[in-house]
Write a protein that binds this ligand. Structure first.
Ligand code: 0GY
Length: 289
């Protein structure tokens, strides 16, 4: 395998923003190492190794305390790389798994034991071949107590997904806010549509993450800050934040993680909001047992 992508900044800056004690980077991934954890047969990208050691070093550099490791699509439904990283974290990581919907109760219990607290339903066609809605719903009815569903979709299919999301019998956390066009502004069509989803049930959460993916105006990501800050202000108890390291697929414009952290006070300007976003909210979802 030759063209394995390095999608992360190799020398991220030290952020100016000081995260509160206990802060959680609640959306990040590990890749490999390939020698121990091969990628899935259907992987749509082949990244270089981004190991738990690298992730924990970044956590410390950024001034964070904990991680939520989201199983990346390149590892398919084999969660061993994610579980290994959680096991090495000394209690400072939890995870989100991607599973075959036919998974047994025993296997779900083993994932819980390994620190998993959610399953991810990925609807991005460039990342997965299919997203079987009926099977996802059947699985959602069998999740261990306290788990939620992380869902990843793009803004253009939100309307089509509304009835599916409404039927999920567990809290729902929307990755990267369902990728709205932030250049439309805080009152643009995409943000209005996303707010309707948040209004539709009180247990839909979101990640106000990925200015690097969502803001085509580029650093300092002013369009992102302008569109997203009002959402965090209006739903302060339903948001969690993450770096998205190692930024799967980001071959161009790889973000500096220190700069991503320095976006936090621009979307959550008070210490109270920052504590909710980085500590209290992720604790409720991932460390309540
Ligand atoms: C993200 C975004 C992406 C990739 C994945 O599982 C994945 O491969 O999530 C993406 O390419 O937009 O949240 O990490």
């Amino acid at each position: 395998m030759t063209d394995r992508i390095v999608s992360w900044h190799t020398r991220p800056s030290k952020p100016c923003f000081v995260a509160p004690p206990g802060a959680v980077d609640a959306h990040c991934h590990v890749f490999g190492p390939l020698a121990r954890f091969p990628f899935g047969a259907k992987a749509k990208y082949l990244p270089a190794d981004a190991t738990s050691e690298m992730l924990f070093a970044l956590r410390d550099r950024l001034g964070f305390s904990r991680n939520v490791i989201v199983q990346a699509s390149c590892h398919g439904t084999d969660n061993t790389a994610t579980l290994d990283a959680i096991a090495r974290s000394e209690g400072r990581a939890r995870g989100v798994a991607v599973v075959d919907p036919a998974i047994s109760e025993g296997e779900l219990a083993a994932l819980h034991e390994g620190g998993i607290r959610a399953v991810r339903f990925n609807f991005l066609k460039r990342l997965v071949d299919d997203a079987p809605r009926d099977a996802f719903l059947e699985l959602a009815h069998r999740l261990p107590r306290g788990w939620h569903v992380a869902i990843y979709f793009e803004a253009d299919i939100l309307d089509e997904l509304r009835s599916f999301i409404a039927a999920i019998p567990a809290p729902v956390v929307v990755d990267h806010m369902g990728r709205p066009d932030v250049t439309q502004g805080p009152d643009g069509a995409d943000m209005r549509a996303f707010r309707r989803l948040l209004e539709s049930r009180a247990d839909v959460w979101f990640k106000p993450t990925c200015p690097d993916r969502l803001d085509p105006t580029g650093f300092p990501w002013n369009a992102f800050a302008e569109a997203v800050a009002p959402l965090v202000a209006d739903y302060p108890d339903r948001c969690i934040w993450g770096t998205d390291w190692p930024h799967p697929n980001m071959q161009d414009n790889v973000p500096d993680d220190g700069r991503l952290v320095d976006m936090i006070p621009r979307i959550a300007p008070t210490r109270e909001l920052q504590h909710k976003l980085l500590v209290a909210n992720p604790e409720r979802l991932y460390w309540s047992d």
